[in-house]
Design a protein around this ligand. Structure first.
Ligand SMILES: Cc1cc2nc3c(=O)[nH]c(=O)nc-3n(C[C@H](O)[C@H](O)[C@H](O)COP(=O)(O)OP(=O)(O)OC[C@H]3O[C@@H](n4cnc5c(N)ncnc54)[C@H](O)[C@@H]3O)c2cc1C
Length: 452
């Protein structure tokens, strides 16, 4: 979300006479395109960025006479007076024609990507709408939408990245370099395995958000009980809400940025082809387009710095987590989940525990200014703890041996002790691991020649 506090869009409450006048003098403009009454508020102003201008409705913030921002629903189109006609002595309604509801699209933005989603500069002049919730509480009222859009941004970033990696896998199976396929080249496999590990870490983090949101909306019993997530998602609704409030800005920021870097690597994986607009087969293999589209995710719905600021706001919010969400909710929950992880993962658990302690030390007693200054470090720290935690949890519930390799590799990549020397024997094992991570465990099975 942009900084909306300076919005110049204004909503005015119409009187009953005003509404009647609009209906009569205004050419019968009192119902929307589906025949529902237009609301009693008139909205005037200018929106510098307005996406999905082809949608049928909009939710926006505007200032009212009472002060503060309020949320409004406005239908995009309203009916013109239905002219109807006499046909063989019978009066028939013609299909009602419509016009934009006091909205003028001044121009479309000329964007780097997301071109199939029209984003426009929009002028509002007498747009009619309905107040949502309490007047003056607009930011609070739209917080549910903000949460969903942040979650959507994180998950769609992971999805874009998944597509890029799928193209990479397909390409690596057919492209030959130095006389062999890329899928057998150790350096290539190492790189792509590392990328796949980062993708898993981000995707597990984003889908933890989906699970928390689901538990909040549907209740723990319906959404979580008897599922593999029962030891991960807290049963206490207030805890779930606090965790989601803390983690959403983190995943919005971190998964979006990670996917940008990931997709850049996917382009490079394809060499020169990756930089081209591959529009064959409906653009299925066009990683360049996915990259362009992905670039907006760290920006819209609030930049990374804005997410960091929001995260600090949550950490300092005395109404959450009995006055300290990190100490009273986040840390005990992380420790509870890692307690259930098998003993053989102790070294990995210790690294995550160390990261958690580092976060708590960084935040404890710090002034707000210091936390804001360290905002991006805080995002990164929470991301590492969360991705490590969900990957470790995945090992306990997933039968795939590759889950363990991925969890270990991710967590060790966050540890300062990185091994650089590798023996010939361990190289063979490492390449096999890389291959199973990047191309899946079945890639290690010998290919049986077909009888045909
Ligand atoms: C394609 C596209 C579609 C969009 N669609 C919509 C839409 O439908 N509806 C809508 O309302 N908006 C929409 N937006 C607007 C979008 O939400 C904002 O552009 C975005 O939130 C960034 O805000 P801004 O443009 O005001 O940038 P600014 O906030 O001016 O950012 C400029 C710089 O200031 C930094 N900054 C800002 N605040 C802080 C802070 N507190 N601390 C530290 N640094 C800070 C930013 O990180 C950035 O580096 C869209 C934007 C784009 C690009």
């Amino acid at each position: 979300m942009a900084d909306v506090s300076g919005t110049e869009t204004v909503a005015t409450r119409l009187t009953a006479q005003d509404i009647e006048r609009e209906g009569e003098g205004g050419g019968g403009r009192n119902v929307d395109a589906v025949g529902m009454p237009l609301g009693p508020w008139k909205i005037d102003g200018f929106k510098w960025f307005s996406s999905a201008t082809d949608s049928e409705m909009s939710v926006l913030l505007a200032r009212t006479a009472k002060g503060g921002l309020s949320a409004f629903y406005i239908p995009m189109r309203r009916r013109l007076r239905n002219k109807g006609s006499m046909d063989d002595g019978i009066y028939r309604d013609s299909t009602p024609s419509t016009e934009l509801n006091g909205i003028r699209i001044q121009r479309l933005k000329n964007k780097l990507g997301t071109k199939s989603l029209p984003t426009a500069e929009v002028e509002l002049k007498g747009a009619r709408g309905w107040l949502i919730g309490t007047e003056g509480q607009g930011v609070k009222e739209i917080s549910a939408i903000l949460n969903i859009t942040r979650l959507h941004t994180a998950v769609s970033s992971a999805a874009n990245w998944a597509r890029g990696l799928a193209v990479c896998r397909a390409y690596s199976k057919v492209r030959k370099v130095r006389g062999g396929l890329l899928q057998d080249n150790p350096a290539h496999l190492r790189w792509m395995a590392d990328e796949t590990v980062k993708y898993w870490a981000s995707t597990h983090f984003a889908f933890l958000g989906v699970a928390l949101q689901g538990a909040l909306e549907q209740g723990w019993d319906d959404a979580v009980r008897n599922t593999g997530a029962s030891k991960l998602i807290p049963q206490d609704k207030a805890q779930t809400a606090d965790l989601l409030r803390l983690l959403l800005p983190v995943m919005k920021a971190q998964v979006s940025v990670a996917a940008v870097h990931g997709l850049r690597n996917c382009m490079e994986c394809l060499g020169g082809v990756g930089y081209c607009e591959n529009n064959e087969a409906g653009g299925l293999m066009n990683v360049a387009k996915v990259y362009r589209d992905q670039l907006v995710n760290p920006i819209w719905e609030g930049t990374v710095s804005v997410m960091a600021e929001d995260c600090v706001r949550v950490i300092l919010d005395k109404r959450l987590g009995h006055g300290d969400v990190l100490v009273n909710v986040f840390a005990p929950w992380v420790r509870r989940v890692i307690e259930g992880v098998s003993a053989e993962l102790k070294p990995d658990v210790d690294i995550i525990e160390g990261k958690l302690q580092g976060l708590l030390d960084m935040v404890r007693g710090a002034a707000k200014e210091g936390l804001l200054y360290n905002g991006r470090n805080i995002l990164e720290s929470i991301e590492t703890i969360m991705s490590g935690l969900v990957l470790l949890y995945d090992v306990t519930t997933s039968p795939e041996a590759v889950a363990l390799k991925i969890a270990r590799r991710y967590i060790h990549s966050k540890s300062p002790n990185v091994t650089t020397h590798i023996s010939k024997h361990s190289l063979e094992n490492a390449v096999a691991d890389d291959k199973s991570i990047f191309l899946g465990p079945s890639s290690l099975q010998p290919v049986v020649p077909s009888k045909l």
